[in-house]
Design a protein around this ligand. Structure first.
Ligand SMILES: [Zn+2]
Length: 307
């Protein structure tokens, strides 16, 4: 089978043990940060459940059921596809229909609902009954990066599996084997520990661009770079608001008084709000205003990556 990311193995092994004892919950929700590998784990679990010749490390990939699945042609596996930004009630009705009736391969039936938190209210309601009484032999695997956005009624009917990335040391090691680019010290924090997101950023050079942005901000706050030069470099950069918010929180992680902290965050939040609300706003001017306001508040704060 596809080799699972190393940090997913403990939970996969647990799922496997429960499956072999017939104790796996029929409705599960896999949660965790974006880029942690939830889809991979959902697929591996689906493969395991459908396989007719389970191996110690998962599905065999050679039985008839595995071959059908690998060909994308397994009648007892439904991965909800949605063309739109939301999962609508029609998709759930189709799911409900799928779950009834016997499995064609005389095994389990498995449904995967990716981005389950995008279900509309009507869709969530349509799913409830099936979650309450899942037809025998049917497993429903929900996947969500925003667990709190799933309705409480859905949450209460699914067993939650919160995915965690491994230790920082293990992830750094893994990232080194996957990418030839050196790992910036802030990247895993920035990605909330999600290794796949970090890997994506290393590969598409976003990580390098963020490293530059951090260095520029450091130079500005320590007085080595003029405001106009900083604004010229930063204005219009992709990920600017996310990166700036991250940067400010890191600076504020140092001992800092409460009022100063409030002042920094208020200024930042106002800037973010204005960017979306004021149509035709001069972005360079707005950024200049923000950075001018932050300078006296932050010039004596150090980021944690400083040696
Ligand atoms: Zn198999």
């Amino acid at each position: 089978m596809t080799k699972l990311y190393p940090w997913l193995l403990p939970q996969f092994n647990q799922m496997q043990a429960l499956t072999s004892k017939g104790q796996l919950a029929h409705a599960l929700v896999l949660t965790g940060a974006a880029g942690i590998g939830k889809d991979m784990l959902a697929n591996a679990l689906a493969a395991l459940l459908l396989c007719k010749n389970r191996q110690p490390d998962g599905a065999c990939d050679t039985c008839k059921s595995c071959l059908l699945r690998l060909a994308g042609n397994h009648a007892d596996l439904l991965v909800l596809q949605t063309e739109t930004q939301h999962i609508g009630v029609d998709a759930i009705r189709q799911l409900n229909q799928f779950t009834y009736g016997a499995a064609q391969q005389q095994g389990y039936k498995v449904v995967i609902i990716p981005a389950a938190d995008t279900m509309t209210e009507a869709a969530a309601n349509a799913l409830l009954k099936t979650l309450e009484e899942p037809p025998a032999g049917c497993f429903i695997i929900l996947v969500s990066s925003n667990y709190s956005q799933l309705s409480a009624t859905i949450r209460s009917r699914c067993q939650q599996w919160q995915l965690h990335a491994g230790s920082e040391a293990m992830l750094s090691e893994w990232l080194k084997t996957q990418s030839n680019t050196p790992l910036p010290p802030f990247l895993l924090d920035y990605c909330q520990g999600a290794p796949l997101k970090a890997l994506g950023m290393l590969k598409n050079e976003q990580a390098g661009s963020l490293t530059e942005m951090i260095a520029l901000l450091d130079d500005y706050f320590s007085g080595k770079l003029q405001l106009a030069a900083l604004v010229k470099q930063l204005d219009g950069k992709a990920e600017l608001s996310g990166m700036l918010g991250f940067y400010l929180r890191q600076r504020l992680a140092q001992p800092v008084d409460f009022l100063r902290q409030q002042a920094v965050l208020t200024a930042y939040q106002r800037w973010c709000r204005d960017a979306t609300r004021i149509i035709g706003q001069n972005s360079a001017l707005a950024l200049t205003g923000l950075l001018t306001e932050l300078k006296p508040l932050l010039q004596h704060q150090e980021t944690k990556w400083k040696s």
